[in-house]
Design a protein around this ligand. Structure first.
Ligand SMILES: Nc1nc2c(c(=O)[nH]1)N[C@H]1C(S)=C(S)[C@@H](COP(=O)(O)OP(=O)(O)OC[C@H]3O[C@@H](n4cnc5c(=O)[nH]c(N)nc54)[C@H](O)[C@@H]3O)O[C@H]1N2
Ligand SMILES: Nc1nc2c(c(=O)[nH]1)N[C@H]1C(S)=C(S)[C@@H](COP(=O)(O)OP(=O)(O)OC[C@H]3O[C@@H](n4cnc5c(=O)[nH]c(N)nc54)[C@H](O)[C@@H]3O)O[C@H]1N2
Ligand code: SF4
Ligand SMILES: [Mo]
Length: 621
């Protein structure tokens, strides 16, 4: 018998693709992009297609596993829950550490967080490995996390992708720009796939976006294309063009060319990437781009605006079961040092994340985890993180659990995933797992409702406001949750000043002169972080373009944090002083974060991965 279902790609991606899932005789036969979706238009990327590969994979975890020395003992879910309940019961809840990320964007996956709200206060992290410097800038500048909708693209004259490598990381944005036939203007220190497709490309030096925005303001002001208050004009004029050229690595001609797009009544939309805010002053870069848009009037008119993230959909959901707790928190990127600084830990619970691979400063992370007496993880596979656990619960695949899925990264839609097939017998959803745990621990206030009711209660206000029924949402798989009023809301510039440009450091530093290179660790096209690197066993490739190094050279890349064996891949387009290695390689290849710094941004508690400086030494095979 054949039946078809709707599911949503729940990966930590901008796009939120809707999928058609065909099930024959209880087995998934195929998946494909749902053609009717207005943004994702029937196209799934390789990472999306890989959901079926992961679902079918023989190596998937199928039962809870308990560590016994070097071996893993299979348990039933009931035995696993009983053991975890014993470990969590009766301890000081602040000795419990919860670590999570966005391995799955479904609402059902907030079960652990809800459970700890009811059990806690506990210890957990604040800030982000991903986007919080930019989010800080949005909040400071606008008071909310909001950005322009993709539906404005056809009205723009051109689209700036400011460090947003859309072709690899935000495919459906790239497709929308192509469909609308708009020129792409791309700004990135690396000649990425998007750079190669762009009508104009600006190869800037890393961490010079603040100066680049200032250069545009300065040029427009000098040309009389931008009116500034006299004190601001004097401040902007006080920075020399030579300094801005030196800092950004762009010529005056290039800077003038970029400025033309912001001049007069040109309509421009800027998509701001996440790479440019992985620096200690990352919030400033985003703040400066927002300021540039307001100063040049490129906002609140058709075909203008900027986008970094947008949390309006997430904010419009109800939170019927949440409890506020005063958790103890630490900055996420400092996991290693923070956890090692305390001796009172009882239990670590990790879900939806692979911190051993994805957190900076791997050695510190591994040492910290070892300090915790009892460690529990939930994942689909035995990742490098799960290998450090004492007890591992299997997570269901994307197709085995009903869910509502949203992202605040780009797609403005609210989507559904049906349970297309049941999970294996000893695999339960996180929702079910934490229900059972709450029952075992006697958490009387924990919501005693089924998963469907739980999901429905969250989206109820949105459904009501839009006149959509729950059944409609389940059948179509997606809805546009925003009211016309919200869509057309004018975003006010609360900051309203040029202060972001006031304190720019005019000295230039060249790490290359000390034999050091800046390390950038971008996101790979075919993998969502570590998830697509599971079967990769080759050494990581370090892309570089420095005299004396050739493709195939074996090298050690060393930083203050550690050393990593890599193979050189020559990138003839790469600027000097910079090397890059894709993030996501597992320990059987070499974890790139074993050489990254756990520094974090001055504003927003964002991991400042790209503050890492490395040296590269050739070694024999
Ligand atoms: N294929 C794929 N897609 C993904 C992901 C994935 O892992 N794989 N991850 C998803 C997630 S969680 C995220 S956060 C996003 C990230 O999406 P993006 O922001 O597009 O990607 P990143 O690779 O983090 O960084 C983008 C670019 O920033 C550039 N960059 C580095 N420093 C600077 C700088 O100082 N200035 C400027 N202008 N650019 C700079 C890098 O060279 C890189 O090309 O992608 C999402 N989409
Ligand atoms: N050097 C460097 N490091 C980085 C970055 C960088 O640019 N450079 N980028 C950072 C960014 S932007 C981010 S967002 C983080 C991401 O960091 P993580 O979110 O830790 O990255 P993933 O490798 O995607 O790990 C997600 C895990 O969740 C699991 N998973 C999938 N579905 C489910 C589920 O339904 N339930 C459970 N329990 N688990 C599930 C997957 O199998 C996978 O092991 O990495 C950061 N790390
Ligand atoms: S990873 Fe992103 S682009 Fe790929 S299928 Fe999933 S949502 Fe779509
Ligand atoms: Mo991210």
């Amino acid at each position: 018998m054949e039946s078809s279902y709707k599911a949503t790609c729940p990966l930590d991606c901008f796009d939120l693709c809707l999928m058609d899932v065909t099930v024959v005789d209880g087995e998934i036969q195929k998946i494909a992009g749902a053609k009717e979706h207005p943004l994702t238009c029937g196209v799934l990327c390789k990472k999306g297609m890989d959901h079926l590969v992961r679902h079918r994979d023989q190596d998937r975890l199928k039962t809870p596993l308990l560590r016994q020395g070097e071996r893993w003992l299979p348990l039933t879910v009931e035995e696993g829950v009983k053991m975890l309940a014993e470990k969590l019961g009766g301890v000081d809840t602040k000795s419990i550490l919860y670590f999570t990320d966005s391995g799955h964007n479904g609402l059902s996956k907030t079960a652990a967080s809800l459970f700890f709200q009811h059990l806690g206060p506990i210890t957990t992290h604040r800030g982000s490995l991903c986007w919080d410097a930019g989010n800080f800038a949005l909040k400071k500048s606008l008071g909310i996390h909001a950005g322009v909708r993709h539906t404005q693209i056809p009205d723009a004259d051109a689209i700036v992708l400011w460090g947003r490598n859309a072709k690899d990381t935000n495919l459906h944005l790239y497709m929308q720009i192509k469909k609308a036939g708009k020129p792409m203007i791309y700004i990135d220190p690396i000649v990425t796939a998007t750079a190669k497709e762009a009508e104009e490309y600006y190869c800037i030096k890393p961490n010079s976006d603040l100066e680049l925005a200032l250069a545009v303001v300065k040029i427009l002001s000098q040309q009389g294309n931008l009116y500034l208050a006299p004190k601001d004009e004097a401040m902007v004029a006080s920075y020399s063009m030579d300094m801005l050229v030196e800092k950004t690595g762009l010529s005056v001609t290039q800077l003038e060319r970029l400025s033309t797009h912001f001049a007069g009544d040109k309509r421009i939309i800027t998509y701001i990437g996440y790479g440019l805010q992985r620096y200690t002053n990352g919030a400033k870069a985003v703040e400066a781009i927002i300021a540039l848009h307001y100063l040049t009037g490129n906002v609140n008119k058709p075909g203008t605006g900027f986008h970094f993230s947008d949390k309006r959909v997430s904010k419009s959901l109800a939170k019927p079961y949440d409890v506020v707790r005063e958790n103890l928190t630490f900055v996420k990127s400092t996991f290693g040092t923070y956890v090692s600084s305390r001796d009172d830990w009882s239990v670590l619970l990790v879900d939806k994340s692979n911190p051993v691979v994805q957190l900076p400063n791997t050695k510190a992370v591994q040492e910290a985890i070892k300090k915790i007496p009892f460690k529990v993880g939930i994942d689909l596979f035995m990742t490098d993180t799960m290998k450090e656990m004492d007890l591992v619960f299997p997570a269901p695949s994307v197709f085995e659990c009903q869910d509502v899925v949203i992202t605040s990264m780009f797609s403005p839609y609210l989507q559904f995933t049906e349970e297309c097939v049941p999970p294996p017998p000893e695999v339960v959803s996180e929702y079910d797992l934490f229900q059972r745990l709450a029952g075992a621990l006697g958490l009387d206030d924990f919501p005693k409702v089924g998963l469907e009711e739980f999901l429905f209660q969250h989206v109820k206000p949105v459904l009501e406001a839009q006149g959509v029924t729950w059944e409609d949402l389940k059948t179509t798989g997606w809805m546009d949750p925003e009211s016309e009023k919200e869509k057309n809301r004018k975003l006010q510039w609360l900051e309203g000043s040029l202060d972001v440009f006031a304190m720019i450091e005019t000295k230039t530093e060249n790490p290359g002169s000390k034999g050091k290179y800046r390390l950038i660790t971008p996101h790979a096209k075919e993998s969502l972080h570590s998830q697509g690197f599971r079967t990769v066993t080759e050494l990581p490739l370090v892309y570089m373009n420095e005299p004396g190094f050739e493709s195939g050279d074996m090298v050690v890349v060393a930083s203050d944090q550690g050393r990593l064996r890599c193979k050189v891949k020559l990138d003839e387009n790469l600027q000097s002083g910079l090397v890059y290695i894709y993030e996501g390689y597992w320990s059987h290849s070499g974890i790139v974060n074993s050489i990254t710094t756990d520094a974090y941004s001055d504003e927003g508690d964002q991991a400042a991965y790209y503050e890492t400086l490395v040296s590269v030494m050739k070694i024999k095979e």
